[in-house]
Design a protein around this ligand. Structure first.
Ligand code: HPA
Length: 252
């Protein structure tokens, strides 16, 4: 199975799967798999719950490139490094990408185990993949409104409750303090996580259409009597992957 197979298939749509969401790939017909280590500029993930490979899938004859697992800034990488996969996608002709992640729920209207369509983000990671040049890209619609409408319509079609809100991207890797969550709430965040923002910025800067979906794996710190564990985040993500897979298939 090779990289050439992926390139030759010319997928125009890609999906990046976050923590514990790797199982979504199995819901599509898998044609071939290529470990990131075999892609120039990419390297394997160090995070449990992240597989670290590209999967070429097919849905209604259409090729879809699925990135199973991503790299994070908290691994000590630069924003340019964590977005190498997005630039690879763009190079091989991908025009639209769905970025998924696991996130903590801040909005009390949400439910844990549910999905939130990202309407906008707060970049609180202190960096950007566009560093190094006068890259004054417009970010007034990072997440495509037209595509969001299709997600909402698909959710209605399959009877799935799809929340919508603002994703705050933090550096991590520690989870937030309750005071930080209160601050994020006041800043307008509805969910919090440690990924997605650099990829969304990079994809938009390259002119790709972007959608973002957060799997709400837990209440953010301080909202409920609890402590946060990565293993639980991955576990909730696995169960809720089934809903995510159904939603993605309905949209594609
Ligand atoms: N905070 C940050 N990242 C996360 C969380 C959280 O509560 N849950 C899953 N990823």
């Amino acid at each position: 199975m090779s990289l050439a197979q992926i390139q030759n298939a010319r997928p125009e749509t890609a999906i990046v799967l976050g923590s514990g969401l790797g199982g979504v790939a199995e819901a599509f017909g898998i044609e071939c798999e290529v470990p990131y280590a075999e892609v120039p500029g990419l390297s394997a993930s160090t995070v449990p719950g992240h597989a670290g490979r590209f999967v070429l899938a097919r849905h209604h004859e259409r090729p879809i490139l699925i990135a199973q697992g991503r790299r994070h800034l908290y691994e000590g990488l630069s924003a340019a490094e964590v977005t190498a996969g997005i630039r690879f996608m763009h190079e091989i002709g991908v025009k639209r990408v769905v970025l998924t992640n696991a996130a903590g729920a801040i909005d009390e209207q949400f439910h844990v185990g549910g999905l939130m369509l990202i309407t906008d983000h707060l970049n609180l990671q202190g960096t950007t993949p566009l560093l190094g040049g006068p890259n004054f890209h417009d970010m007034s619609e990072v997440y495509s409104r037209a595509w969001a409408e299709k997600f909402h319509a698909a959710a209605v079609e399959i009877g799935l409750k799809l929340h919508a809100g603002v994703y705050a991207g933090l550096l991590g890797p520690q989870y937030e303090t309750p005071a930080e969550i209160r601050m994020l709430h006041r800043l307008g965040a509805d969910a919090v996580g440690m990924s997605t923002v650099p990829e969304a910025i990079q994809a938009r800067a390259l002119g790709m259409e972007v959608a973002g979906i957060s799997m709400l794996t837990n209440w953010a710190a301080g909202l409920r009597p609890q402590t946060l564990h990565h293993a639980e985040v991955v576990e909730v993500g696995k169960t809720a992957s089934l809903y995510l897979a159904r939603l993605l298939k309905a949209v594609m």
